[in-house]
Design a protein around this ligand. Structure first.
Ligand code: WTA
Length: 653
């Protein structure tokens, strides 16, 4: 994106403010802002003091070595992540629940730290027996079953590098990733449950591995009991492998900078992009942010991050952060609307969950389905809510705050990326005045800025490119096997000391950050550079609307014309009058320049498998082009529906 224009006009003004509820602050881990001052005064000392909370087998020699863009955190230090997540909790808290697991069909398991330790050790021994040792790559292609975190931690115990591939990905996606990582072993299931149906994970693996010769062994967890193909000499059942293994396993002593995992993100095209995370800094970063942002009181909290472990959110905030902090978590296998649309709320009631962390896409689905579903359940155990994955429309924030949190739970809107490993822009729930739609401030010790085209910091209420100007411990160290691509993508636009996030943002007069979506999505309308997200938020602000996606279409007069795809709440009915009303609503809320030229009502929007709106595909539809890369698209039928709608849409104004 070297030549791309990075400027954005910021239009949306959101003036609501929510103070942290008093009762919350009184018991919060952070009750005043001295943490920001201390971390500013000496950020290395801040991170070093956080690192002291972990168990190191050898102390580090330096906190940070920075030769831009390359960093080493806690160089010389040695530790094992599974020891930090498991062994050290056994002394005092062996019987504490690590995970309340619930299968989609309804099974329940309470897994203690002692149980998890035993399972991890046995599986690590099994992997070792298959020839896995330090530095080897292990692929993991599973649903949300307890054996998934077990497999990750077993790798960490041996110093093997895991690469988890989201269970919704196709055989082709698995093959590409296994080839790139040169994985030796792959762990999977016979099948997974999704909305009452069986997902054929093992079948996908059998096809994927036809072209990935590095994989010598496949370990299969029996979950659904469905029939599977079997390759003698390659495939083995998980339960057979662990049966004879001892309950203890010597951990590998790892260097702070040794690799922990590779996680592939969907680069826009071409070769999968394997983001590499390492050991010491990563664990310090995720444990610290998890503890302070979610205000974790491990003895009393029941924390639920409802992401999939196949994404970075699950790696950092279901597995490594929470376990390092000795947290009790909820782990759920299936869909939020199975058997009905109140599944999550029934689970919050059942486990008395205190913290819920989810994504705007889920919140907008709940808005669409209606408030009767949460209203059926006792959600009074909740004390804190979080969101991640996309900018959250202020109206969705308010809905979450009101109907899920009962106006008593701070909402932490956490901005970060697969590449950043940990949350970087976020409220601290006991002290930050919240503004719906703003991620508020950089985490203590983090320095973020907003640059214009020329790398100059922009003033308040001006859009630009979000950058990070100082290293943080959990940052990714490279793209697996492609250091040049890493430098090119993140550290070339503004030089090697400035990390380019690819996101647009603005700051308000209080210095609060407002994320404006990906720079790639910015539109050029009559000489203005508009963020699609702001127009979407203006639409979601209308009481009839649950969700909206805005893109542009080439237009002779204005350069680009605005087209909005809008999903209404289930209780609403769309007609011409409503469409006219929606256009006016946007014009009033943020200005005539942003008034959509066309509005198309649709039941759903195309999303990635992690739930982000795929504006790129809508842009193709709006411009009558053939669709670009659809491999990350979760709901293909929606695009067909939208194409039909677009073809029959009434003339635009
Ligand atoms: C977007 C997910 C606004 C952003 C952890 C980022 C957000 C991309 C937020 C990374 C947020 C994530 N507010 N935008 N709170 N959180 N994003 O790699 O565009 O799946 O660059 O990591 O999601 O997505 P990824």
């Amino acid at each position: 994106m070297a030549d791309e224009n990075l400027d954005i006009d910021a239009l949306l003004e959101e003036n609501r403010v929510v103070d942290p509820p008093e009762g919350f602050t009184a018991n919060a881990l952070i009750q005043d802002d001295s943490v920001y001052r201390d971390a500013d005064a000496d950020f290395e000392a801040f991170w070093a003091s956080q690192a002291q909370r972990l168990t190191w087998s050898r102390p580090w020699e330096s906190v940070l070595e920075w030769t831009p863009p390359w960093v080493k955190w806690f160089a010389g230090g040695r530790l094992n992540i599974s020891v930090n997540c498991l062994d050290r909790h056994l002394v005092a808290n062996a019987d504490r629940i690590a995970y309340y697991w619930e299968g989609e069909p309804g099974e329940q398991r309470a897994i203690t730290y002692q149980d998890l330790y035993r399972d991890v050790c046995r599986f690590a021994n099994a992997l070792r027996a298959l020839g896995v040792s330090k530095g080897d790559r292990v692929g993991i292609y599973m649903g949300m079953v307890p054996e998934l975190p077990v497999a990750m931690l077993a790798c960490a115990r041996l110093g093997a590098v895991h690469s988890v591939i989201f269970g919704g990905f196709s055989a082709d996606a698995v093959r590409d990733r296994m080839i790139d990582a040169e994985a030796k072993v792959l762990v999977t299931q016979d099948g997974g449950w999704r909305r009452g149906a069986q997902v054929p994970l093992k079948d996908n693996i059998d096809r994927a591995l036809e072209g990935a010769p590095s994989v010598k062994s496949v370990v299969v967890v029996r979950r659904t009991g469905q029939d599977v193909g079997w390759v003698e000499g390659r495939d083995a059942w998980y339960h057979d492998l662990v049966a004879a293994q001892p309950d203890a396993c010597d951990p590998e002593e790892m260097d702070a900078e040794d690799p922990l995992y590779i996680l592939y993100t969907s680069g826009t095209t071409g070769k999968p992009k394997g983001i590499l995370h390492t050991t010491g800094g990563y664990l310090v970063g995720v444990a610290t942010t998890h503890r302070l942002i979610f205000d974790i009181h491990p003895e009393s909290d029941v924390y639920w991050c409802a992401a999939d472990i196949g994404w970075v959110t699950g790696h950092s905030y279901i597995v490594y952060g929470p376990l390092a902090n000795g947290t009790t978590s909820v782990l759920y296998e299936g869909a939020p609307d199975f058997p009905d649309k109140d599944r999550w709320w029934s689970m919050i009631e059942r486990y008395r969950a205190t913290i819920l962390y989810t994504a705007p896409t889920a919140i907008r689905s709940f808005m669409k389905w209606g408030t009767e579903y949460p209203a059926k359940h006792d959600l009074s155990s909740l004390r804190l809510l979080g969101t991640v994955g996309e900018p959250i429309n202020p109206e969705a924030w308010m809905w979450y705050w009101e109907f899920i949190g009962g106006e008593l739970c701070p909402v932490v809107d956490t901005w970060w990326q697969t590449e950043t490993g940990m949350i970087l822009i976020t409220p601290l729930p006991g002290i930050t005045r919240l503004k719906p739609g703003s991620g508020t401030k950089p985490f203590p010790g983090v320095v973020a800025d907003i640059f214009d085209e020329n790398g100059k910091s922009v003033g308040p209420n001006t859009g630009g490119s979000l950058v990070l100007k100082r290293p943080w411990p959990a940052m990714s160290r490279t793209i697996w096997g492609d250091r040049d691509r890493y430098v090119q993508q993140y550290f070339s636009r503004f030089g090697p000391s400035v990390y380019l996030t690819g996101d647009g943002a603005k700051r308000d007069d209080d210095g609060y950050f407002w994320l404006l979506g990906r720079i790639d999505d910015v539109m050029n309308v009559a000489g203005h550079r508009l963020s699609t997200f702001e127009i979407e938020s203006a639409l979601v602000d209308h009481p009839a609307v649950a969700e909206a996606a805005v893109v542009s279409r080439a237009d002779e007069t204005v350069g680009e014309a605005i087209v909005a795809y809008v999903t209404l709440k289930a209780s609403e009915h769309g007609d011409e009058a409503l469409i006219a009303d929606l256009r006016e609503h946007v014009a009033e809320k943020i200005g005539k320049i942003a008034r959509p030229h066309g509005i198309i009502l649709t039941d759903d929007l195309p999303k990635t498998r992690s739930g982000k709106i795929m504006r790129r595909l809508l842009r193709d539809v709006a411009n009558g082009r053939t669709l670009g890369d659809v491999t990350t698209l979760a709901n293909a039928d929606v695009v067909d529906q939208i194409r039909t709608l677009a073809a029959s849409a009434p003339a635009e104004e």
